[in-house]
Design a protein around this ligand. Structure first.
Ligand SMILES: C[S@@+](CC[C@H](N)C(=O)[O-])C[C@H]1O[C@@H](n2cnc3c(N)ncnc32)[C@H](O)[C@@H]1O
Ligand code: SF4
Ligand code: SF4
Length: 278
């Protein structure tokens, strides 16, 4: 059974046991967990939209902008350790508000062609010319979430300039459009959205086993759901990425998740990462 909740295909029938067994075995043999497979960087904190299911609707977040030096240090260190996976230039914010976006992509791609540069955007500021420019400077993927209040009436309508972009790029797999609704029911984002508690078994969350998350200050956070910076496993200017990733307090949260328990930020969270999300 696949239950569609927002943009998430939550596979209730998916057996995560083999992944958990692999992680437990790996930890026993190596004294640490496998290296991350994806990196998310909060280059700034704000958004130009007002989705009712997003933590921005419930929390006042000061504007934060990542220093250029912090961004470069992250990219340099990722390249130095041979990282070759996805680098998403956003967290819980709108990446097209970042006026250094093209420079950031170009910097990363000049350092290593092996990085897969990616953004997920609400598309409100996107134009055909901007998509051309982002791809010309090395962006590998754009995921556009077109949120509409009238989605139920218009399942495949695209907003503003998105239809023009869709037509210009309709056979190009580097850009995808999600027909999203502002009426979606989504999880509580690490308790950052008030929701009634439920006794439902939430299942295993594999987020902190595969994604490395940087705040705009260069701190390493538990996951995307840490909207208000409740966790911190070290800063890029003070410790190596690998040291932060293998921090004992980070492992403690991971080991709890593997035991089916939720501690720290996870104790407030009703989300879990499924294996289909990119
Ligand atoms: C926070 S957004 C940031 C990128 C961009 N602003 C956008 O909305 O596409 C990243 C993803 O988180 C999703 N999201 C928003 N609120 C959520 C919630 N309460 N629980 C889970 N995911 C959520 C968004 O729909 C989007 O797919
Ligand atoms: S889901 Fe994305 S577009 Fe909507 S308010 Fe949150 S960050 Fe902004
Ligand atoms: S359970 Fe929630 S807070 Fe914990 S790692 Fe998963 S998404 Fe993050």
């Amino acid at each position: 059974m696949i239950q569609q909740v927002g943009n998430k295909n939550i596979r209730k029938d998916l057996d995560h046991k083999s992944d958990q067994s692999f992680l437990i075995k790996f930890y026993k043999e190596n004294g640490c967990f496998p290296q991350f497979k994806q990196v998310l960087i909060e280059t700034r904190t704000d958004c130009n939209n007002h989705c009712p299911f997003c933590p921005h609707a419930f929390n006042k977040k000061e504007l934060g902008i990542m220093d250029w030096n912090t961004y470069c240090k992250i990219i340099d260190e990722l390249c130095a350790i041979g990282y070759n996976g996805r680098v998403a230039l956003m967290l819980s914010n709108e990446p097209l508000l970042e006026d250094r976006l093209v420079d950031m992509i170009r910097y990363a791609k000049n350092k290593s062609q092996r990085l897969f540069m990616d953004i997920t955007t609400n598309g409100r500021l996107l134009t055909v010319e901007m998509v051309d420019q982002l791809f010309a400077n090395g962006l590998d993927n754009i995921n556009v979430n077109d949120y509409r209040g009238d989605r139920e009436k218009n399942p495949y309508k695209l907003s503003g300039k998105l239809q023009e972009i869709y037509e210009a790029y309709n056979n190009n797999p580097k850009i995808t459009f999600q027909y999203r609704s502002l009426n979606e029911q989504l999880p509580n984002y690490g308790g950052n959205i008030p929701q009634e508690e439920s006794n439902e078994d939430l299942g295993f969350c594999n987020f902190p086993f595969r994604k490395l998350v940087f705040s705009y200050k260069g701190d390493i956070l538990l996951c995307c759901s840490d909207f208000m910076y409740a966790t911190n496993f070290g800063n890029i200017h003070e410790r190596s990425i690998i040291e932060c990733w293998n921090d004992s307090s980070f492992d403690k949260i991971r080991l709890s998740l593997l035991e089916g328990k939720r501690i720290s930020l996870c104790s407030k969270c009703n989300d879990y990462q499924d294996y289909n999300t990119f």
